[in-house]
Design a protein around this ligand. Structure first.
Ligand code: FCX
Length: 444
């Protein structure tokens, strides 16, 4: 992987120097105001951290190193026989800021295949977990246990590793982890849902998405391509979301990438974050059951805007959120939703589940606006992913957030590499108590 390292040895130190000069010239300039509501309100709108790999625009959605997802679907190298971009290409782009060639992407695929093997103790641990333990808890525990492999932690412990070496060691661990995640995920999938069926061997000639699909027992080209798209669009969503921010925060203590990402996965496992994709599917399943209740299970016959509106209002009136809708930053339909909708229009236009999701898209935003709470009534990434997976036979919804977890590593770990190259310090914002805030306001 020398070409990638060579490129980064040019790009990252230059960037760190640029940041140093920028801070020397403008370090004291104000970039926003802070209000009492922001301190209580989950820090929404506070520009309080730097993340170089991607930036989220409220209307337009995410850009990876300046490129929209739509552009990336066109420009990133594709897998053999596929139409969707390769996650390895997104990884190269997020790391370097440059679009990779097909050759560079293939180089990365081969390198990751070489790094994929798990240590025996992690395999053993995964095989010993009870099937009832949620796949996300299994994933985060296994990732944390991979700490034993950390090159960063070992080098740090010697006491004579200069700070200038931190980013390379962080990158080594990150690539190792990104390569091992599909293997861990496939083992969890096969253990929990397929009686411990062996995952087979990684094929060094295949890309990460193809190997991942194959290890879980899927060979359909459509599914392989969906997985590639899935792994690209979930990879990064700027720095403030729970999984990215956790990786940044824990990594800022110089905990190695395994420890930092293990922590992030515990945040991704929450229903307001990554678990929403599982929640969407279980909500759709309940809606279908109710629509089919008086109809011998034939829910399709009762599918209309009126019956769906009733279901949405029922959910809201019982005090629950509509999973897959709303966002802390976005104020329009998430382009990650649109990518998946386009995929469905191409590959499964006649699917009943797709009709259901599409009709919800017509119904939910107006209802959320009438309900008057959510600042963003539009769908996010999680509203669509489940039914695509169902279409290809991956029906185990408890597993869906694990796929998100395999993907999210690509963005947040590359961001960690950038952070280490810039020498960003321990994150430690100031917190206040309510009496302290009151005294501050009274004195102002
Ligand atoms: N349904 C019902 N109410 C909603 C709602 C929804 N989909 N989205 C927001 N609201 C409510 C909030 O619960 C809040 O109510 P409260 O004042 O009683 O606490 C109010 O509207 C204001 O919230 P808002 O500022 O719009 O949203 P937040 O930034 O606080 O939260 C999330 C953003 C995403 C957490 C919120 O929209 C939500 O709960 N959505 C459903 C879960 C979901 O889809 N999560 C996945 C998000 C993302 F894409 C990901 O990380 O994977």
């Amino acid at each position: 992987l020398e070409p990638l390292y060579e490129r980064l040895r040019e790009i990252l130190p230059k960037h760190a120097q640029d940041v140093k000069e920028f801070r020397e010239a403008h370090g004291g300039e104000a970039i926003g105001i802070l209000t009492v509501d922001m301190a209580y309100g989950g820090m929404r709108g506070i520009k309080g951290m730097v993340s170089e790999t991607s930036v989220l625009d409220a209307d337009e959605g995410i850009r990876f190193q300046g490129h929209t997802l739509l552009e990336l679907q066109e420009t990133l190298p594709r897998g053999p026989g596929g139409q969707e971009p390769l996650p390895e290409g997104a990884l190269w782009l997020l790391l370097t800021g440059e679009l990779p060639t097909q050759k560079e992407t293939t180089l990365l695929s081969k390198d990751l295949a070489r790094r994929a093997e798990l240590p025996h103790h992690v395999e053993q641990m995964l095989n010993n977990f009870p099937k009832e333990l949620h796949p996300m808890a299994q994933l985060s525990a296994a990732v944390t246990a991979l700490h034993s492999e950390s090159k960063f932690a070992k080098a740090y412990a010697t006491g004579d590793t200069p700070k200038s070496k931190y980013w390379e060691l962080t990158l080594e661990d990150s690539l190792d982890l990104i390569a091992k995640l599909p293997v861990i995920a496939a083992m969890i999938y096969n253990n929990v849902f397929h009686n411990g069926r062996p995952i087979g061997k990684i094929d060094p000639e295949k890309d990460l998405g193809a190997n991942f699909a194959n290890m879980m027992g899927f060979t359909d080209e459509g599914f392989v391509d969906l997985l590639r798209l899935y792994l690209v669009i979930h990879a990064d969503h700027e720095g403030g979301n729970v999984s990215a921010h956790t990786t940044h925060l824990v990594g800022s203590a110089l905990s190695d990438p395994y420890l930092a990402y293990g922590a992030a996965l515990n945040g991704l496992a929450g229903p307001l974050h990554g678990l929403a994709n599982q929640e969407v599917l279980s909500w759709l399943t309940k809606i279908k059951a109710r629509l089919g209740e008086k109809n011998g299970g034939n829910w399709q016959e009762n599918l209309n805007k009126k019956s769906l509106s009733d279901e949405v209002w029922n959910t809201l009136n019982s005090g629950q959120v509509i999973p897959g809708y709303g966002h802390a930053v976005l104020r329009k339909t998430d382009p990650r939703y649109t990518c998946q909708r386009e995929f469905a229009l191409k590959h499964m236009p006649d699917s009943d589940d797709f009709k259901l999701v599409s009709m919800l898209y017509e119904v939910v935003p107006d209802i959320l606006l009438k309900h008057g709470k959510a600042k963003n009534p539009w769908p996010n990434v999680d509203a669509h992913s489940g039914i695509l997976l169902q279409h290809y036979g991956m029906t185990e919804m408890n597993f869906y957030t694990v796929l998100f977890g395999v993907s999210r590593a690509i963005g947040v770990l590359t961001s960690l590499v950038w952070s280490r190259s810039m020498g960003l310090p321990l994150e430690r914002p100031k917190s206040m108590s309510t009496p302290g805030l009151k005294a501050f306001v009274a004195a102002a």
